[in-house]
Each structure stands twice: as C-alpha cells, then as structure tokens.
Design a protein around this ligand. Structure first.
Ligand code: ADP
Length: 220
C-alpha cells in the first residue's frame, strides 16, 4: 500500500470521545478521515471535519475501499460496542496498518484489543477517574501521572509561599517536589528558578512522586 498520507489520521467512531479527538487532530493541522456507521453522526460532523464517511468499520473490504490503507495511523474510538471495536481493530491489523490506537472501556477489553493487534490502548474513563480523584482531594487544578511514580501538577500558591524566593521556601527539601514553572497573575507560565518570587494568585507547576505532589497540594 502507498503511505501517501504521512500526516493524516483516521478516526473511527464519532461518539463523544471520537468527535473531540477528530476536532483536536484537525486543529493540530492533521488531515482527518472520520468514519462512523451512523448517518446522523456523519451528517452532524461533515461541516466541521474535512472528510466524514458513513461505513461499517468492521468490514475489512470497506476500509480498503475507503483508502484507509493509505494511512499510517488509525484510532478506533468506538466505546460502547466491544464487538465492533474488537472487529475493527482486527480488520485494521489484517490490513497491516502500522499504528493502531484503540479505546478500551475495561481492563479485559484492553487485553483483547492488544491481542488482536492494537499497538496503543487508551482507557479514557480510567485516566480521567484517577485524575479527577486527585483534583477533588487536594488543591490541584490539574494532574498528570507518567508512570514510574512520577507526576506533574498545577497547584495554586498558598499564603505561606508569597513574597519569598523559591530558594528560601525549599520545596525540594520540605516536600520532595520540584517547582518547574510559575504563572504570576496576568502573566504567562515561565520556568521557575531559585530567584522566582511568588505573588498572591500565582499558580505553580510542580513535579515529583505521586505522594509528594499530593502532599504538596494538600498543605494548608
Ligand atoms: P462515546 O462514549 O465516545 O460517546 P460511543 O461508543 O457511544 O462512544 O460511540 C461510538 C461511535 O462509534 C458511535 O457514533 C457509533 O455510531 C460508532 N460505531 C459503532 N460501531 C461502529 C462500526 N462498526 N463502524 C463505524 N462506526 C461505528
């Protein structure tokens, strides 16, 4: 197959997740071929995305006809129907698509997707559940975990940190975290250094182990 479209990405399934994904990829400057079997979904998204076609993605022949084999990357964003998601990944694997991304909605679903040929399995509900738990129990405004017990969080400054340079606050010694960025009110995020002085309303980006970041974001 000719890999003519190095920059393009196929998104299969325009549910709540797939349509957001397709929109974000389009805004990032990638050509998106979106496929959904529901004519209403196709109709709804055809004005916002470059190419939206109505088709059943579980059919290998249909995918071939649509030119899916010209793409290196395909995302299977079907969530509710495990059968449709598995059969679609299988069809893509049969077509030798090099990068198959697939969305799982349970651990077992994830295992099946990997075993039939998905190279990357994403688990949005699990990731969001974990993330939101951190936001609820601390002052964090945002949280991201990278595996190996490493995390980054966006945390508002507290009174005790205002007016002193980071050198004196020594968050590394006290909490084990490193303050890597700071945004003073009305300014943009900048790299934080020992001389950075925080003012009221500042927001920090801190990194460390999950526990350390959580502790830092929980101190009163
Ligand atoms: P979300 O949770 O993101 O809303 P859904 O599972 O509800 O996800 O939506 C998945 C989308 O995938 C729906 O728009 C549905 O029409 C589409 N879809 C399901 N099966 C197929 C298939 N075999 N081929 C193409 N699209 C499909």
């Amino acid at each position: 197959a000719r890999k003519s479209d190095e920059n393009g990405i196929v998104v299969i399934g325009l549910g709540r997740f797939g349509c957001r994904l397709a929109g974000a990829l389009t805004r990032l400057g990638h050509e998106v071929l979106a496929i959904d079997r529901d004519p209403e979904k196709v109709q709804r998204w055809s004005s916002e995305l470059d190419r939206v076609v109505q088709a059943d993605a579980t059919e290998e022949g249909v995918l071939r006809q649509l030119g899916v084999t010209d793409f290196r990357r395909v995302v299977v964003a079907i969530g509710a129907s495990i059968e449709a998601s598995v059969l679609t990944v299988l069809a893509l694997a049969e077509l030798d698509i090099p990068q198959i991304w697939a969305r799982a909605n349970s651990e077992k679903h994830a295992k099946i997707l990997s075993s039939v040929g998905a190279n990357h399995v994403i688990f949005p509900e699990a990731e969001i559940g974990e993330r939101v738990a951190h936001l609820i129990v601390s002052r964090m405004l945002d949280f991201m975990e990278f595996g190996d017990d490493f995390a980054i969080a966006k945390v508002p400054v507290i009174d005790g940190m205002i007016g002193k340079p980071l050198r004196d606050l020594a968050p590394g010694e006290r909490y084990g975290v490193m303050v890597v960025g700071a945004k003073l009110p009305g300014e943009r995020f900048r790299y934080a250094g020992p001389d950075t002085v925080l003012t009221e309303g500042s927001v920090l980006i801190v990194e460390g182990s999950i526990d350390q970041v959580q502790r830092f974001a929980s101190m009163a």
